[in-house]
Design a protein around this ligand. Sequence first.
Ligand code: FMN
Length: 403
Amino acid sequence: MKRQMHLNLFIHSRGHHEASWRHPAASSLALSDVRYYQALAQRAEAGLFDAIFLADQLALGDDVAHGPRTALEPLTLLAALAVSTSRIGLIATASTTYTEPFNLARQFASLDHISRGRIGWNIVTSWLASAARNYGGVSQVSHAERYARAEEFMTVVKGLWDSWAADAELDDRVAGRYADPSRIRPLNHEGAHYRVAGPLNLPRCPQGRPVLVQAGSSDTGRDFAARHAEAMFTAHLEKETAQAFYADLKKRVADAARDPEQALVLPGLSPLIASSAAEGTGRRSDVDVFDASYLHLFVWDGRANAIAGAYRLGLVDEILARHGPRGLYTHSLFDYGTGLLEALEPGHRARPLVPCAPSISAASPRSCCSGAGSAASSSARRATRSCSAPSASAAATRGPRGG
Ligand SMILES: Cc1cc2nc3c(=O)[nH]c(=O)nc-3n(C[C@H](O)[C@H](O)[C@H](O)COP(=O)(O)O)c2cc1C
């Protein structure tokens, strides 16, 4: 049987590269302007992409001074994109840690109705400590606790989406019967984290429930994905680790008594697209110039120091071996690098590695980097690649139903 490649556009800021928002050819629209997202979604739809994807964090990044860390709230934005497009799948991120299952089940069911069956949910448990502080907590909920909640959350939302049979809504104006209560059942869920009576106050949505997407990377996260996800995001740097990840996930899906063909892996790519090799080379030099500004961005929030430190200490391979090159959102390299430097070099955070702020039109961006900066340069380039969570994900999968 022929396999089909499916494409999913990961809309992230004005591009995935740390400095792409500054590129002269970048959109002039603000990141809070819905037309920016509408134009991208419409172009992706015209280009026959299966879906677009919106990531989400629940706190403002601490490097907003130099990087666009703002975005419209994804579920709100998805409603706008649903009425600006007609065929493409629409996937948004929402957290099981910082929302209530009834709210989220209702919002996704509404979006599925609004889009006529094109919605997907990227299920995250949210790893930012700063997010916890926005929701009444002081520190991050532990990884194990987040996934325990997520598991119960899934039981509740699936129960709510199933609380209306497809034929429960009658809308029989002659007989005066709007719905058949025998086809609507309460949930009466009482668990360790949630008590939800149900049913949902909305008829069953076109897909029955959103397409479930996940990006677990730890053992717990992969098992969670294997139980629930129909598509799995991942961002590997090396073919071997990507293949190992793929094989491992498929095995876990089979172990969870699901058909591995129904749980598809969406590897991330950050392509440089050009119409000729010469143009591609030109774009490549643009990216090289960006490397310099990327460095500048990271110098002041300490992460370049952290990564450079991990390189200096020769620990990068160990970090990657332990955690795998999992991309921006796993932040293991950042965390490990930061932790190591905090332990080994107290006060490293404020020390700039690159003493100047190269502009993106600088002819030779690296010429302004000091010796320490060039260590950071290779680190940051590597980080740039590892940070390249997919702008376009290609995989043998289908988009959200109906998409
Ligand atoms: C492509 C991709 C997109 C992701 N998007 C988000 C996101 O928008 N919000 C978020 O909190 N986490 C996001 N994550 C992080 C994952 O949900 C997950 O927490 C991470 O991969 C670590 O795995 P673990 O949860 O098993 O430890 C993303 C990960 C990947 C690979």
